[in-house]
Design a binder for this molecule. Structure first.
Ligand code: PEP
Ligand code: MG
Length: 752
């Protein structure tokens, strides 16, 4: 069979990559180990070669492709001409006959005329990169012989898409040595589907991570739905985590189209997989990983109770980590510079996101490049291996979320979306804030030995952690921090399907409250009984506008100085009360570890008003209440606030710095002036800590400055009672705090 034009999937294995491409060979392998892969066949690269030769188009084609790929116009022209040439050339009769025969036979095997997916499976000499194949097209919902033949040809033509031509030229591949095989495979009409990782994709833990949603797998892969999440230990098959999400949309097949529709209400909050199905998937995950000898990212689907394994590929993020320490970085390859917002070095394929519709492009291991991230992008950010933005500073959305996700990021590059192109391979150094062209690897780093929970340093000053996205709760708790010094609930709210006002307008107050409760509870649980300070809503109007129902958000000349924080909640008391209701419900469920923190206060009367509302709701005496000190006004009047009664304060140095220095925290043009340790900021901080100490009020910091060990040491000297850092900084801050405390002790002894 090895020189056939068309072959069955079950006839091929990993040795047949040159003939059937990586995808075809991998599917064949999976069938051989008796995985339930949907049936199908491959139109081989040999058939494609015959097509080029017998059609007499090879020379003409390669001449067309010989262009300057940096010239967009030339590149587009080459694409159009090459594709037209392929599409206009007749498929040799013997090949076409074979394709038709195999399709008919496939339908016979399945007992009906089946829908198939027609996908390219690239093959080339010396071309191991999976990402390369990912650049060609896939044609879904194809039915009928003529359509199949047509789709095969379109797949062939897709080998000459502009992006593919560009990529090959930049990577130095010879077009004439790149062939394409086409996989034609029965499409599963899934009732439920999703992905699974055979090993934890970012931590490497020995668990199977399964994501599941209703309908076809597209919604999970594209991130348009928040899927259920199940984490199962491979060792003893215990379900370690089970998160049932609200799944509002699903992709289904309607005729020859796939459409998105609303999930029936009774299914929205229902768990997608039974425990039996979870265990069967885990069995397959273990089998697949054993077979390939490396962690895999697997797509699966369930139709009429039968599980199908649709695709499996190595987890790219892990692969990169394993290889990280081989080669020195070459300075001359730097193509972009910005602000190192989240540490780590990672390589991947660039995907530019200009609008929300582009998000589906982001596959696991890609580099997400955009002007600035928004809360809607979080599912895609989770898939990305790295993030680059044009705008922003150390405390922008991209910086905060990528740090929590542990995903390297460079922000504020000013022109990444112009300079970079889809398909380019780049390397990000999220510590130094630089982007290199190509895949460069890190110089060997000294091994970092993680401090085990039993051996972490005990400090008198508590070291806490900041949490913004629910997904980070577990990672945050694993730092062994002494609590959460800042839970930013606006990230939860902005991630909801609609604007809070719309919930209120539709009379869905209870639903809104229960959405909040569900999310806050995940964090409260992860840390119980350690304290979790929940900050009430603090999102600028421009961030709200993108939400469904957010069209009426006022357009403000400067949202940072606008209608945000406590001032908004006191204007929209109905909403404020819903936040408080969520906290009350958690208190009633027995969470004694919660505190309420009010953002952006600038006058004690705001505190008084907020406390009055808490009193009316019957929670004032049940939680600790505190304020963020992030306006110079609150820092100067701190004694007045203390008189009105507060349990704690937390220094929001991100805002305190921008308001004290008149430097926009998100404006990369003035980033150089943004100095959290500026003497004026430090003087305000000193005053606040001094007054708090005098009055016995707990003082803390939750701005980015708290993650700087130097600042942490200084704050310890000033007598701060806790420091809340980013997840990745907790360890270093703890050490700095420990050392500073030791030094104070020694100095004291010496003074005697
Ligand atoms: C701050 O201003 O320092 C802070 C922690 O709040 P945010 O970054 O959410 O404005
Ligand atoms: Mg702030």
């Amino acid at each position: 069979m090895s020189n056939g034009m068309v072959v069955w999937l079950e006839e091929v294995d990993i040795n047949d990559v040159p003939l059937v491409g990586g995808k075809g060979a991998s599917l064949g392998e999976m069938i051989r180990i008796e995985l339930p892969v949907p049936g199908g066949f491959v139109v081989t690269s040999y058939a494609f070669k015959r097509f080029l030769l017998e059609g007499g188009i090879a020379d003409k084609l390669f001449k067309i492709l010989d262009v300057n790929v940096d010239d967009d116009k030339e590149l587009k022209e080459a694409e159009a001409k090459a594709k037209k040439l392929v599409l206009d050339t007749k498929i040799p009769a013997n090949i076409e006959k074979e394709i038709r025969r195999y399709y008919k036979e496939l339908c016979k095997r399945e007992g009906e005329e089946v829908f198939v997916a027609v996908r390219s499976s690239a093959t080339a000499e010396d071309l191991p990169e999976a990402s390369f194949a990912g650049q060609q097209e896939t044609f879904l919902n194809i039915k009928g012989e003529d359509e199949v033949v047509d789709a095969v040809k379109k797949c062939w033509a897709s080998l000459y898409g502009a992006r593919a031509i560009y990529y090959r030229m930049k990577q130095g591949f010879d077009h004439s040595k790149v062939y394409i095989a086409v996989v034609v495979q029965k499409m599963v009409n899934a009732e439920k589907a999703g992905v699974m990782f055979t090993t934890h994709p970012s931590t490497g833990e020995q668990v199977v991570v399964i994501e599941a949603a209703w309908g076809l797998g597209e919604s999970v892969v594209s991130g348009s739905v928040s899927p259920d999440l199940y984490v199962v230990s491979k060792e003893d098959r215990r379900i370690l985590e089970e998160r049932v999400s609200k799944k509002t949309t699903m992709t289904i097949r309607k005729g020859k189209k796939t459409i998105e529709k609303e999930v029936p209400p009774e299914l929205q909050e229902k768990k997608v997989l039974s425990n039996d199905e979870i265990m069967r998937l885990v069995d397959f995950a273990i089998l697949i990983e054993e077979h390939y000898g490396k962690p895999q990212d697997v797509e699966w689907a369930i139709e009429k109770n039968k599980i199908y394994i649709v695709q499996s590929r190595p987890i790219t993020t892990l692969k990169k980590q394993e290889k990280e320490d081989e080669v020195e970085i070459e300075e001359e390859k730097v193509i972009l510079e910005g602000i190192g917002a989240s540490p780590g070095i990672v390589s991947g394929v660039v995907k530019i996101i200009r609008e929300m519709d582009d998000l589906g492009k982001i596959e696991h291991g890609d580099i997400l490049v955009t002007s600035m991230t928004t809360p809607d992008m979080v599912p895609a950010m989770k898939r990305a291996a790295g993030i680059i933005t044009d705008e922003g500073g150390l405390t922008c959305h991209a910086a905060i979320v990528s740090r929590e996700l542990g995903c390297p990021a460079v922000v504020g590059t000013t022109n990444a979306t112009q300079l970079l192109k889809d398909g380019m391979v780049v390397t990000i150094d999220g510590e130094r804030g630089v982007v290199y062209l190509g895949k460069v690897k890190e110089a060997k780093k000294p091994e970092v030995i993680a401090t085990s929970p039993q051996t972490h340093l005990i400090t008198a000053t508590e070291v806490k952690v900041n949490v913004s996205i629910v997904e980070a709760a577990k990672r945050a708790a694993e730092t062994n921090a002494d609590g959460v010094g800042l839970l930013r609930i606006e990230h939860m709210i902005l991630g909801l399907e609609k604007h809070p006002k719309l919930y209120i307008k539709e009379g869905k107050h209870d639903e809104y409250v229960s959405e909040l409760v569900k999310r806050i509870q995940i964090v409260a649980d992860a840390f119980y009984p350690k304290p979790v300070w929940i900050r009430t809503l603090d999102a600028p109007t421009d961030e709200f506008r993108g939400m469904k129902g957010g069209e009426d958000e006022p357009r403000e000349p400067n949202p940072m100085l606008g209608w945000r924080g406590i001032r908004r909640d006191l204007d929209e008391v109905e909403h404020f009360k819903l936040e408080l209701r969520a906290i009350k419900e958690l208190i009633e469920r027995g969470y004694t570890n919660l505190g309420i923190m009010l953002p952006l206060v600038q006058h004690p009367k705001e505190l008084r008003e907020a406390k009055q509302i808490m009193e009316e709701m019957g929670i004032l005496d049940k939680v600790d209440v505190g304020i963020m000190v992030e306006t110079p006004a609150s820092a100067i009047l701190i004694d007045e606030f203390i008189k009105d009664g507060i349990d704690f304060i937390s220094l929001g140095t991100n805002d305190l710095t921008q308001y004290t220095l008149a430097v926009d925290r998100n404006n990369e043009n003035v980033a150089e002036l943004y100095d959290e340790m500026h003497p004026a900021v430090m003087r305000l901080i000193e005053n606040v800590i001094k007054e708090c100490r005098k009055a016995g009020v707990q003082s803390s910091i939750c701005g980015q400055a708290g993650s700087n060990p130097k600042m942490a040491a200084k704050l310890v000297e000033l007598g701060i009672t806790s420091i809340s850092a980013n997840i990745d900084a907790v360890e270093a801050v703890r050490e700095a705090v420990y050392r500073a405390e030791q030094k104070l002790l020694i100095d004291k002894v010496r003074e005697r």
